[in-house]
Design a protein around this ligand. Structure first.
Ligand code: TXA
Ligand code: MG
Length: 335
């Protein structure tokens, strides 16, 4: 995998050499990042899930720059990041159920969709014009420090080009968006590795819009039955069938080898004959597999292989979220 030097990164994009600043987190770099955000610039930062592409969530022009940088359709709203419940209540209307959910899982990888508070000042573009807002308090200390230093809510989708694999390392961000961001805070690999669970609590039925590290089982235990739309939920505009699309064809539940394929393996015994084996987890640990998934997908997605095969992943706990991402990576492309 391409590594990014600590200070200045050079990325090749559109045949042009471009530079962006990559900094390890320090009080100085976090203060600089906050200053850039307040000035309407884009900053990429680590969360416990994946790297986010951040902008001041109250600044329309800054939010528009996110959509432009990612080539993201404007109907697909962004998650607004805050330090915690107090900040969130200024932006969204919480009921008891929503409060219970975030008291249990914040700061952490849970996003809740709630009615947007009128006059809250959030960019309408961030919410794609909807009267609901998706909001979360990330647990990563660098994200928390940045939110504290900025003093504003930060709109941040995953810091990848729209439809591509989410970034779990600063180098992934630099490769795809290096020319579009003012600063990338590089805190190494993100520990969870999959994007947050998105739970819609804006209506009576609690609905899981995107599975993630906070599992359906955990949510059900706390809140009672959770609806899970069987097909790609129209309610979450970002949940298209095809996403995370690697350039190579993908084959799921693979138990045998085909010529030239790379294998994402799970568990100790692996079928023979693959061109390369990348272990999501040798011991069959779902948390380890989730943390490795996106980096290994990127690594396997190279022309030296003919395709990417993935061994079966158990469908419980975090396995739901992993299988969700794999199905969408393997789905026929939207365009
Ligand atoms: O872990 C994460 O959630 C990361 C980090 C950076 O926080 N962010 C992330 O953002 O994954 P993004 O934009 O890649 O995914 C946000 C998802 C999309 O599927 C979007 O459609 C959905 O949340 N979403 C955002 N606002 C919504 C809303 N108002 N109603 C329904 N779905 C919404
Ligand atoms: Mg994303």
């Amino acid at each position: 995998m391409t590594r990014v030097p600590a200070e200045k990164c050079t990325a090749l994009q559109n045949d042009a050499v471009v530079t962006s600043t990559v900094s390890p987190p320090s009080p100085q770099s976090i203060a600089r990042a906050a200053e850039l955000l307040r000035a309407g610039r884009l900053v990429a930062f680590p969360t416990e899930t994946v790297y986010g592409l951040g902008a001041d969530a109250k600044n329309d022009r800054a939010v528009a720059a996110i959509f432009a940088a990612k080539a993201r359709p404007r109907f697909n709203p962004l998650i607004v990041h805050v330090r915690g419940l107090t900040d969130a209540e200024a932006l969204a209307v919480f009921d008891d159920r929503a409060r219970r959910a975030v008291e249990q899982f914040w700061p952490g990888p849970l996003t809740v969709v709630l009615p947007r508070r009128s006059g809250c000042g959030l960019s309408l573009l961030a919410c794609a014009g909807l009267d609901r807002v998706a909001i979360r308090a990330p647990a990563h200390p660098v994200a928390q420090a940045l939110l504290g230093a900025t003093g504003r809510p930060i709109a941040a989708p995953s810091a990848n080009r729209s439809g591509r694999v989410s970034p779990t390392e600063a180098s992934h961000v630099a490769e795809e968006l290096g020319d579009r961001v003012a600063l990338i805070l590089d805190a190494g690999r993100t520990p969870v590795g999959l994007e947050s669970t998105v739970l819609d609590l804006s209506e009576e039925a609690a609905t899981l819009l995107r599975p993630g590290a906070v599992t359906l089982e955990q949510l059900g235990e706390l809140l009672g039955p959770i609806t899970t739309p069987a097909t790609g939920p129209a309610k979450s505009p970002g949940m298209q069938a095809s996403h995370y699309a690697p350039a190579l064809p993908m084959r799921l539940d693979a138990l045998d080898a085909r010529l030239g394929e790379a294998l994402l393996a799970f568990g100790p015994s692996v079928p023979r004959g693959f061109a390369q084996v990348l272990w999501l987890s040798r011991t069959g640990d779902l948390a380890e597999a989730a943390a490795n998934l996106f980096a290994m997908l990127r690594h396997a997605d190279r022309p030296c292989f003919t395709g990417i095969a993935v061994m079966p992943i158990p469908a419980h706990g975090l396995g739901h979220a992993i299988n969700d991402r794999l199905r969408r990576a393997a789905a026929p492309r939207n365009s």
